[in-house]
Write a protein that binds this ligand. Sequence first.
Ligand code: SAH
Ligand code: SF4
Ligand code: F3S
Length: 438
Amino acid sequence: MSRPTSPPKTYRVKSFGCQMNVYDGERMAELLGEQGITPAPEGEEADLVVLNTCHIREKAAEKVYSDIGRLRREDGTSPLIAVAGCVAQAEGEEIMKRAPAVSMVVGPQAYHRLPGMIAEAVEGRRAVDTDMPAETKFDTLPARRKVGPSAFLTVQEGCDKFCTYCVVPYTRGAEVSRPFADLVEEAKRLVDAGARELTLLGQNVNAWRDADGRGLERLIEALAVIPGLARIRYTTSHPNDMTDGLIAAHRDIPQLMPFLHLPVQAGNDRVLKAMNRSHTAASYLHVLDQVRAARPDIALSGDFIVGFPGETEAEFADTLRLVEQVGYAQCFSFKYSARPGTPAATMEGQVPTAVMDERLQRLQAALQRSSLAFNQATVGQRCAVLVERTGRHPGQWLGKSPWLQSVHFTGEAAIGDLVEVELTEAGPNSLSARIIAA
Ligand code: SAH
Ligand code: SF4
Ligand code: F3S
């Protein structure tokens, strides 16, 4: 296997998985840019490819090997390949063994060391770095230059919850909150670089605490006064970390958008206990009641897993019941995927794929109905849409409503504008709108 030996001039970063990976991918791109490596033009091969991977489900994790295979040229050579992200963290050396074309394996807490690893790689030395160093990557990453109207800001990383099905505590490490002052500083730079909306990211974002014990609502409050920043969102939250202070922020801070992604995973208490979720269906619904009391129009979102080991038909029916009760605006739902090393992988009663398929179909049909009902109920509303890109048709624009709905409309606008519209027609996944004359 011959791996490239000349320094790369162009790069491509491909990110999979969650929004945290998107943020990390952007940061890696900036880091490579600082080294004088430029993004490969669309459609052209890059000298360096970074596969920023996800380990959450088996399909996602296996994808990296087929992607590596696809990078191979007809003459058997490949570009310089770095595997980053959660598969890198989880599989480390194993990737080097399985994929000789790979030169670098770098975990999510070590990617600031990528430039050094590239220098080694072109000298012919393959390197694996899955450290979780005390000096954080955030301190060594370059300044932000140009971002779109809606930007991500990682405020918290890692997870201490150890849900029995989940790899994240192993791939991202323990819960760590970035310091308050650093975040305000980075937020200001993002706004200077073009952001009008910030989405604060964390595997358990609502567990963010600074050294003085301030919670996420204090950070949101501080960001809300940044001139030019119109909208703030945060994701993903855990039901147990939904504090009164954060709930009140939804009532008190106008820049905080009326949207909450609060995964429940299942509607049955025995299953939730086996998942180690440490909330019940009732305690989850109680949190939602409080959130709705603070912000009656809030759009709710969640994640679901069907076919957790031992889940019976009656237990699954509890999940469907909860969906009916909540009236979600949009959701993600998955078939349970056994992950090596997690407690659930060796539990009794693994559910056959065919049963999971059938349950997922029923759940997704219910979620689809729920989204459609939510969207239809907003028809006739007037709201601002943050324009993110052009649409498929001439003069058409795509953006997001306060409730994170995808909205398209036609007329005079530009990317980054907040355009006042009236929502006119709703589908399950998007709405159309018309501009209201100023
Ligand atoms: N920190 C977030 C997101 C974790 S990963 C949270 O706690 O909600 C995103 C989603 O992937 C999870 O909410 C869960 O629904 C799903 N997921 C995690 N592990 C999974 C597994 N082993 N099989 C199927 N879905 C899984
Ligand atoms: Fe995974 Fe649970 Fe942590 Fe979410 S809270 S990242 S599902 S262990
Ligand atoms: Fe995937 Fe890692 Fe995110 S496993 S979902 S990329 S935290």
